[in-house]
Design a protein. Sequence first.
Length: 264
Amino acid sequence: MAFLNGTNGPVYYEVYGEGIPILFTHGASWNHRLWEPQVDALKEKYKVIVWDVRGHGKSRCKEDQELNGEIFIQDLIELLDHLSIEKTVLCGLSMGGIISMQTAIMHPGRVAGIIAIGAPCSFRFNKYEQMMIPIQRLMFNFIPIKAFARAQGIYFSRYNPSNRLFIEEAVLSLTQKDWSSIWSALTRMDCRERLSTISCPTLILQGEHDIIIRHQQEYMAQTIPGAKWEVIENAAHATNRDNAPRVNELIKNFMTETAGKVRI
């Protein structure tokens, strides 16, 4: 176990292997264990870093701390500083994807490439989101965390039944207050208007059955300069676990063909 004593409190992280660094950021309500299939596939060749985003897993909030996107990004940059990593590839799923993109926008000198998996660029992308997100913020103040964990476990294990135990355990590690704060912070993040300023190589991965974010993927691919967009078969929102072999193949190709050419 390793912790960074950051400005916003302790940040939990794990490091595997040596080589070009790639930092993985998980989705909302989950934790660093999301990336177990990628750690196993990449640690022999690359320096693989996984961490718990503030409010998740072992990266706890300070008492009465109000979360926001700036805190998530500050924690990420402080983790890179702590590990003496000047520049890295960022790979993020869902919440982790928007954190990665926003970090590349705010700190372009620190990011050699982005792999955004099932990632939104905004939570106000269309009229439906503009209407539903405020309602969801209110609802999550009342839904019991046990019911929420069970529903997530069932829904996100349709294409890989082994997802269920990990997801339920991750969500149950949160309190209702934790999740309400996380969701409120996440859904106020928005990098849609600045996607065109991302200058590093970018790979967008989308599960073919991921109805949560697929309406944004074409726009992101067209707006981020030079971005590549791949649809992953037999996968939904937990894309990296639903079809780990294909996701790992594409990550390795990206690291070899693109990030490997960038001096880090």
